[in-house]
Design a protein around this ligand. Structure first.
Ligand code: TPP
Length: 345
């Protein structure tokens, strides 16, 4: 964590726990456990050579998207970076289809053609590999909501702090503000853009707090490790955006517990730094809130974890057994027309 002084959205964990109640909170803890276990086991499959391509873990950041979707619901436009496994799971893609996608199988989420960085649902416009490249698409999604008069929906754009230095980010926010578009840009500041510390990449901090006024936007800073703070803030931001139909810049301060991608041993930070970050593991924090509120016991937590491991193991069996795509279908699913006449010339 940098020395930056953050001013987090003010919230009371007890109030959030009471408002949401045991069933919902256990459901969300369960989702966070699924995400954690799913990625941990997919990583081991990757190391065994069963999965190819890139792989970016969301481990440590789970509270942010879990709380966001709890607060805002599924029925919005969502868009993400390559770090998109959790969002796909949260928006309804099953563990089986995502694991099969990792394995490159035809039963996969993108028919085995996208891999780990390109997952979709009917509400997730995709995971995108070009840093900052998806921000204009989120702005466009927000434009479509206004154009079609869908006043009960917003667009959510998740990006890393590294994307803030990209020109596309600036253009997207400028246009969203000029045109009054209901787009919520969520910078998940996990302190590192690959091996570059945020303080060496972004000239101003805290990012959202200091940058938002350049775009005539409001900003919010969230404690991204604490589900209760993240939920309370997203709930407020959602209600406000539905009313104002204005864009907002959000910064969720977080930590990733793994390297940038699976091939990154993370030598740029010390073991002590990582251990310190893990002391605020979002899963353990939420679990402890629930235990303190008599909504969960340690044994129930262990059982929950076990059940999620079973789901993940089954998804791996499903992926193993699924067939690879037929090479004859290689050209299917691309935009280039097969027949020149489709374009009328
Ligand atoms: C335009 C562009 N430049 C560089 C890269 C290489 N690259 C991939 S991820 C990454 C770091 C991005 O960090 P951040 O935006 O903070 O997201 P995080 O990985 O931390 O979630 C870079 C530089 C890229 N994919 N696209």
């Amino acid at each position: 964590m940098t020395d930056t002084e953050y001013h987090f959205y003010s919230s009371d964990p007890k109030k959030v726990i009471k408002e949401l109640g045991a069933d919902i909170l256990r459901e969300d803890l369960n989702k966070m456990l699924l995400i954690r276990n799913f990625e941990a086991r997919a990583e081991s499959a990757y190391q065994q050579g069963k999965i190819g391509g890139f792989f970016h873990s969301y481990s440590g950041q789970e509270a942010i998207q879990t709380a966001c979707i709890r607060a805002m619901g599924v029925k919005n436009w969502y868009i993400a970076t390559y770090r998109c496994h959790a969002l796909a799971l949260l928006l309804g893609a099953g563990a089986d289809e995502i694991m099969a996608e990792f394995y490159g199988k035809v039963t996969g989420n993108a028919m085995g053609r996208g891999g780990s960085m390109h997952l979709y649902t009917d509400r997730l416009l995709g995971g995108f590999a070009i840093v900052g490249g998806h921000t204009p698409i989120a702005t466009g999604a927000a434009f479509s909501l206004e154009y079609l008069g869908k006043k009960d929906e917003v667009a959510l754009c998740f990006l890393g702090e590294g994307a803030v230095a990209q020109g596309a980010f600036h253009e997207s926010l400028n246009m969203a503000s000029l045109w009054n578009l209901p787009c919520i840009y969520v910078i998940e500041n996990n302190q590192w853009g690959m091996g570059t510390a945020v303080s060496r990449a972004i000239c101003i901090q805290p990012i959202a707090e200091k940058m938002a006024s350049s775009y005539n936007m409001k900003s919010y800073t969230l404690d991204g490790m604490d589900y209760t703070n993240t939920y309370a803030a997203f709930k407020h931001i959602h209600e406000e955006t539905l009313q104002t139909r204005r864009p907002v810049l959000v910064e969720a301060v977080t930590q990733r517990f793994k390297g940038h991608s699976i091939s990154d041993p993370g030598f740029y930070r010390t073991k002590e730094e990582l251990e310190k970050a893990k002391q605020r593991d979002p899963i353990v924090l939420l679990k402890n809130y629930l235990i303190e509120s008599n909504m969960l016991t340690e044994d129930e937590f262990k059982e929950m974890n076990k059940q999620n491991i079973e789901i993940v193991k089954k998804s791996m069996e499903y992926a193993e057994k699924s067939p690879a795509p037929d090479p004859l279908t290689l050209e299917e699913g691309v935009f280039a027309p097969e027949d020149e006449n489709i374009m009328g010339y």
